[in-house]
Write a protein that binds this ligand. Structure first.
Ligand code: AGP
Length: 606
């Protein structure tokens, strides 16, 4: 999704903007641009192009470094193709603007305000710039309020007015903007990754407020003209934790970081061997008063929800649904005050999930969210938040966020089981001890990653591939299959292995490799039958199997033995192995593992 940066201060504005855009590349984009105030004229210089930030650096040269004021943008195309003209910033008259989001009524605005003549691109964003210039009569705040009142959709607008030098203005609805002032000057961005080099404190620009950012001050005004104090938050990431630390790709670094990420997520939530959410301010009543649970999420976060669903059904024997956030509001969900909605999101900005949470709350549900990014939109919309302490996750393919989400769900299920009288204290402590073994078990998989790299060679040339398993293994493989699709572009399909013979087995040939997961004792024999069914039709099968179940199978299949855990925890070693499989296939194919084609790290458009 689009990345935004704004800076005004005494550092080299061109370098600050370009460096920050590089930190935002992980969000996914296809063009980039910056605009800077000219040194001695009430004008802005705009420099933009389709392509990467490195291409932008080539065309945006500067004779000398100079302090100043500027804005920058990485664009993930929505309205209008990938072209220099459609790249941001857009300048219309005295307005220079960048935008993240979607303005749904931009065509009506062009018609109603006769803006056609002012436009040089196909974008909805330039329409906002033209409208703003139309309303601008020398008063930026009033013009912004008037413009916003005409917009329908989601937007983070960041604007410079040529006759208001040194000041950057911003206003938003849904799409995020964070800001800060430090000794280097005033800075704002779409997310913390671009700010944390500058500061350890920041604030979120509240929706429907206007921010005036100067090099040494900020001013926040609500739409009634009232001045509002910014609510500063603390960046809890280590500044160097958003670097690659010597790994070729963030994805490998983040896979390797998982044991310590799990430790950071659980260490302050286990007291006396029992799960404890007092640091999060989550009351037990949230878990004891609900009659059913509804998990809402997208992508990998949704796959974490599927694992939680299996745990809730098998341990708590409760009704639970896992809803795809983008479908939720259109599926007539049965939501009421007895429903505990759990929203799961690494970024906390996925608009499908955010809108679903708002809808559920309107229907009377209480909402707990499991989020990685502090102060994000979904966190602010929720009644309660449990943060995964995975640290910044830069690779588009989510790994450590997923396993730390699982760790939070294990804590929640244990807390619920105990507070609802299903687990005794001893059973709860035993469950938590198994969770606390996760880091050491993950380390064993990571230590044997060379064997997984060899496994990866078996699927490297595949065009199509099946991943098969039953029960929890199927949920594990849904996530493993998404990882492989995302970063290697192999059409991988995870299928409940018992279902294959009802149709899809027709697709199995010697050219269709199969990856199988066998981690659940009670499902093993049926899973092996299904594996033999595909092997007898020529499929080359790679099996990720719980170590204690592998005896006697060594000669029959290519096996990777997963260190033993209790059945309900086997998703942890299995996930790390499947993440590595996807990573090695992609890196062996020579792809840009961290920035797969067409994908964005944060999906802020519906
Ligand atoms: C994960 O590998 C994907 N990049 C994607 O499915 C992601 O999980 C999904 O977009 C949800 O993002 P969120 O967790 O930030 O809400």
């Amino acid at each position: 999704m689009c990345g935004i940066i704004g800076y005004t201060g005494n550092e080299d504005v061109r370098e600050v903007l370009l460096d920050a855009l590089e930190l935002l590349e992980y969000r996914g984009y296809d063009s980039a641009g910056i605009a800077m105030e000219e040194e001695d004229a009430q004008e802005t210089t705009v420099c933009k192009c389709a392509g990467r930030v490195r291409d932008l650096r080539q065309i945006c040269t500067a004779e000398k470094s100079r302090r100043g004021c500027g804005i920058g943008h990485t664009r993930w195309a929505t309205h209008g193709g990938v072209s220099d003209a459609n790249a941001h910033p857009h300048r219309v008259g005295r307005v220079t603007l960048v935008h993240n989001g979607i303005i749904e009524n931009y065509r009506e605005l062009i018609r109603d305000y006769e803006l056609e003549g002012a436009l040089h691109s196909e974008t909805d964003s330039e329409v906002a710039a033209a409208l703003l210039d139309r309303f601008y009569d020398g008063e930026p705040v009033e013009a912004l309020k008037q413009t916003v009142s005409k917009l329908k959709g989601t937007f983070a607008l960041v604007v410079m007015f040529s006759d208001h030098r040194g000041v950057i203005y911003s206003t938003r609805n849904v799409s995020p903007i964070v800001a800060t002032v430090s000794k280097q000057g005033g800075m704002l961005a779409s997310d913390l990754t671009a700010l944390c080099r500058f500061t350890s404190r920041y604030f979120v620009v509240p929706e429907y407020h206007v921010l005036e950012l100067r090099e040494d001050s900020v001013k926040l005004t609500d739409f009634d003209g009232k001045t509002v104090e910014p609510e500063y938050l603390k960046v809890d990431w280590e500044l160097n934790s958003s670097g690659k630390n010597g790994y070729p790709f963030y994805m490998e670094k983040e896979i390797m970081e998982q044991p310590e990420a799990i430790i950071r997520t659980i260490e302050n939530r286990v007291k006396g061997g029992m799960p404890d959410f007092s640091m999060d301010g989550v009351p037990d009543s949230l878990f004891t008063d609900c009659e059913r649970i509804c998990i809402i999420a997208c992508g990998t976060a949704m796959h974490a929800g599927l694992v939680a669903q299996a745990l809730v059904k098998s341990i708590l024997h409760m009704h639970i649904e896992v809803e795809m956030a983008s479908e939720f509001m259109y599926s007539d969900p049965v939501i009421d005050s007895g429903t505990l909605v759990i929203a799961v999101s690494q970024s906390g900005e996925t608009i499908d999930t955010l809108e679903a949470v708002k809808y559920a709350k309107r229907r009377g549900a209480r909402c707990l969210s499991v989020i990685n990014v502090k102060g994000s939109s979904i966190a602010r919309e929720s009644d309660y938040v449990i943060y995964t302490n995975a640290g910044p996750e830069i690779a588009v393919a989510s790994t450590k966020a997923y396993t730390t989400q699982l760790a939070v769900f294990y804590l929640i299920v244990a807390r619920m089981a105990h507070s609802r009288g299903i687990f005794s204290a001893e059973e709860t402590q035993s469950f938590i001890r198994e969770l606390q073994r996760t880091p050491e078990v993950m380390e064993k998989v990571l230590k044997n990653r060379r064997d997984i790299h060899l496994m990866a060679k078996k699927v490297l040339g595949a065009k199509d591939l099946f991943m098969i398993g039953r029960g929890l293994d199927h949920s594990i493989l849904l996530e493993g299959s998404l990882k492989l699709k995302e970063v290697s572009y192999i059409h991988s399909e995870a299928y409940a292995s018992g279902e294959l013979k009802h149709g899809p087995i027709a697709l199995i040939t010697a050219d269709t490799p199969v990856v199988a997961a066998v981690t659940q004792d009670k499902l093993m024999s049926k899973e092996l039958s299904n594996i033999r069914e595909v092997a007898s039709r020529g499929a080359d099968v790679a099996v990720f199997i719980k170590e204690s179940l592998a005896k006697g199978l060594e000669g029959e299949f290519a096996l990777f033995a997963l260190p033993d855990m209790r059945n309900e925890f086997m998703v942890m070693p299995a996930s790390v192995a499947l993440q590595l499989l996807a990573y090695y296939v992609s890196s062996d194919k020579g792809f840009d593992v961290d920035k797969p084609r067409n994908l964005a790290k944060v999906v802020t458009v519906e």
